[in-house]
Design a binder for this molecule. Sequence first.
Ligand code: GRF
Length: 203
Amino acid sequence: MNRRLAVLISGRGSNLQSIIDAIGTRELDATIAVVVSNRSDAPGLLRAREAGIEALCLDHRAYPDRTTYDTAIVELLKARDVGLVCLAGFMRLVREPLLQAFPNAILNIHPSLLPAFPGVDAQAQALVHGVKVSGATVHLVTGELDNGPIIAQAAVPVLDDDTRDSLAARILIEEHKLYPEAIRTMLDGGWRVEGRRFLLRQP
Ligand code: GRF
């Protein structure tokens, strides 16, 4: 598989950093071809530039609709020969142009054990619901929000004295391990998707 990644962000970029670091330590054999943010003030853009990675802002407000915006992203990624698109805190729904251009090649990370608590502030949702275990999920992206075949998950306990932030911090530690591992799984190949199931080849 083409090991050139694009990482799409909207903010902090700590998951982007974990991917940069995993490539740096050679745990992950890949290249980040480009980082794209829809917000010019995303701190993740600075992380990318500090690592010598091309980092661009494509402001969605400059485009008339989501489809036009996604078409612009596709052109940008194709021009850089990207093989795998990693959403890392990218706060935009992905539309057909991107999905068609990268079939089964767009990943997202979400801070809950999907299908529990899709959407915004999954950590607060988990706390309010009273679950005893939550975690992180990396999944293939489909047209539906936080709903695609699950590549990998990691669980963490929810403690009685947790706040939204303490739970988010515990989950984030797992996210930073899980995302590079899931990307490696994708790039190593030998997987298939059957219905909703992401399956690895039998040894
Ligand atoms: C993470 O919690 C991720 O799971 C969610 O958005 C957050 C992004 O954080 N999709 P960061 O920008 O990677 O630090």
